[in-house]
Design a protein around this ligand. Structure first.
Ligand SMILES: O=C(O)CCC(=O)C(=O)O
Ligand SMILES: [Fe+2]
Length: 269
């Protein structure tokens, strides 16, 4: 459940670190499937999973990863963060009557190798509704709550996530931002105020997308593995042009099905 401590620090910082969100068995089952992924280039498919890059140096994404099997389906409404996502997108009570269940508008696994990083982006000054942080009358109305879960330990040199605590409420762009856009975040050379989040496999970083964030550059050998599930209100649309497959929709529980496909249009006639 969401505690007073979670509420206070999420409001203050824009993120929470959920230690041990996944068990070693859950992480093991996910990694075992990812180990079977063939080498993929952006645009190529692996079943219903789609290989993708945001940019050419932030690591390969396997988009639509909830198509890759039951261990990924479990993450849709995982008890370690489901109530948090629901609470921060819109406080319980009004939530169900006003805009239905949560919706996942993007979900992917990311592999980050040596030299790769994602530059700093976002921040409260941007104001995009999809990513917004908003509290009114003591209720949260966040546009997007991200759950980034570590599938390998992430320490110094591993390309860990950088966050600027409190930047979800900033009214101005970080003055050093221009030098930290895409791919320039060497470990140890981070924008003033940034915190590099170190995680153990199974820990989950919950953050509102309005938070200014990015990553350090991976300098260690090997690969950082994470999965990211993004939660918003059910009137959102997929960030990409991916549709859930009929096979996935068939397999899912009613709640999970609603969360991947909340609005099923009725034919006009
Ligand atoms: O790869 C990371 O550490 C950050 C990913 C990111 O920017 C996001 O999930 O929105
Ligand atoms: Fe991001």
């Amino acid at each position: 459940m969401v505690t007073d401590h979670d509420i206070y620090f999420f409001d203050l910082q824009g993120y929470l670190l959920l230690k041990g969100a996944l068990s070693a068995d859950e992480v093991g089952a996910i990694n075992a499937i990812l180990d079977t992924a063939p080498p993929l280039k952006p645009g190529e498919r692996w079943g219903n999973v789609q290989a993708h890059w945001y940019n050419d140096n932030d690591g390969l994404n396997l988009q639509h990863i909830y198509e890759a099997g039951e261990p990924f389906e479990k993450l849709i409404d995982h008890p370690s963060w489901y109530e948090h996502a629901k609470y921060f997108v819109d406080a319980q009570g009004s939530f169900d009557s006003l805009h239905g269940p949560l919706y996942i508008d993007e979900n992917f696994a990311n592999f980050r190798g040596p030299g790769e990083a994602i530059g700093m982006h976002s921040g409260g000054h941007i104001g995009t509704i999809r990513c917004q942080f908003r509290v009114l009358n003591a209720k949260f109305h966040c546009g997007q709550i991200n759950i980034l879960t570590a599938l390998s330990d992430i320490g110094p040199g591993d390309g860990g996530t950088l966050v600027i605590p409190g930047s979800h409420k900033s009214n101005f762009e970080h003055p050093e931002m221009a030098s930290y856009v895409m791919h320039s975040n060497k470990s140890g050379q981070t924008p003033q105020g940034a915190v590099e989040v170190h995680m153990n496999a199974g820990d989950a970083l919950l953050f509102v997308d309005a938070l200014c964030h990015g990553s350090t550059q991976r300098t260690n050998p090997g690969t950082r593995r994470v999965v990211v599930y993004r939660y918003g209100p059910s009137w959102g649309r997929s960030r990409h042009d991916y549709e859930p497959s009929p096979e996935l929709l068939d397999r899912l529980t009613p709640l999970r099905r609603q969360m991947v496909n909340p609005i099923v249009p009725k034919p006009a006639i």
